[in-house]
Design a protein around this ligand. Structure first.
Ligand code: URA
Length: 261
């Protein structure tokens, strides 16, 4: 099989696409003993000998999947009681892969899978500040002061440090009866007609950390109880809304780069 030299080096964890291109142009990469300076040159990843700084680069085929997680399954390989996210993958696709981060059992949306440990590290390491955006519906209301607190940092548990700066955007706000026909609100099971004036709010919260139940706990700290949560983006990568819940597909090269934008 043939592939571009820069893609081969990126997939083999030598560096990002941008970085490996500079290595190639700087003459640090050899193909079958000869320096080649064109990133787009085609190589055979199984038969050609590729060296970077005179060390042979072993080819490992990396895979990256986008999965649209449905509510009701847990982010784990196996579980005695619950359905897991791996139950949605066929046996061949799930070999050697793991999930990148976690979503709660009742959270839906974008979850990534890979066999690339370095990729996971780059995405999950808090110092990398990769932003994740969640859409939510919550019981309660968000005033300017609450939004300011969420953006600047809140204490979500005793003994824990302040959350890092976040972004909040309110989408809809009012009382339950005004939104009861909306699909997400229909999922509320603890509201009956006697509570039609219950305050509700929907919006987008963007965070760059991954503490346990972070979105729910942040919103709780300003008096809102999350009743629906969906992750819609990681870095510059949006959930492909044409993926049905429970479906997965490979990420494209462009999407992979978008993740770290
Ligand atoms: N924050 C939460 O509270 N739950 C999730 O599943 C993800 C982020």
């Amino acid at each position: 099989m043939n592939m571009r030299l820069d893609k081969f080096l990126t997939q083999s964890s030598v560096g990002t696409r941008k970085v490996v291109r500079t290595y190639i142009k700087d003459g640090l990469v050899k193909i079958n003993g000869q320096v080649k300076m064109e990133p787009s040159i085609e190589i055979d990843e199984y038969f050609d000998v590729i060296e970077y700084l005179d060390k042979v680069v072993e080819y490992t085929e990396k895979v990256y999947y986008m999965f649209n997680k449905p509510a009701g399954c847990i982010t784990a390989r196996r579980d005695k009681i619950n359905k897991t996210v791996f139950d949605f993958f066929n046996n061949d696709s799930s070999k050697g892969i793991f999930h990148v981060g976690r979503l709660d059992k009742d959270t839906e949306g974008l979850l990534l899978f890979t066999n690339d440990g370095e990729f996971e590290h780059k995405l999950m390491y808090p110092e990398k500040h990769v932003e994740k955006t969640y859409f939510f519906w919550a019981l309660g209301s968000l005033e300017e002061e609450d939004k300011r607190k969420l953006e600047q940092g809140v204490y979500i548990s005793k003994g824990e440090i302040l959350t890092k700066p976040a972004k909040i955007k309110v989408d809809k706000q009012g009382v339950y009866k005004d939104f009861k026909h909306e699909i997400y609100i229909d999922k509320l099971n603890n509201i009956d007609s006697g509570q039609y004036n219950q305050a509700v709010v929907s919006g987008y919260l963007t965070i760059s950390e991954g503490r346990k139940h972070q979105v729910k706990r942040m919103l709780k700290s300003v008096g809102c109880k999350v009743v629906y949560l969906k992750r819609i983006s990681i870095g510059g990568l949006m959930l492909d809304e044409s993926l049905e819940k429970g479906q997965y597909r490979f990420l494209t090269d462009i999407e992979l780069e978008k993740l770290f934008e």
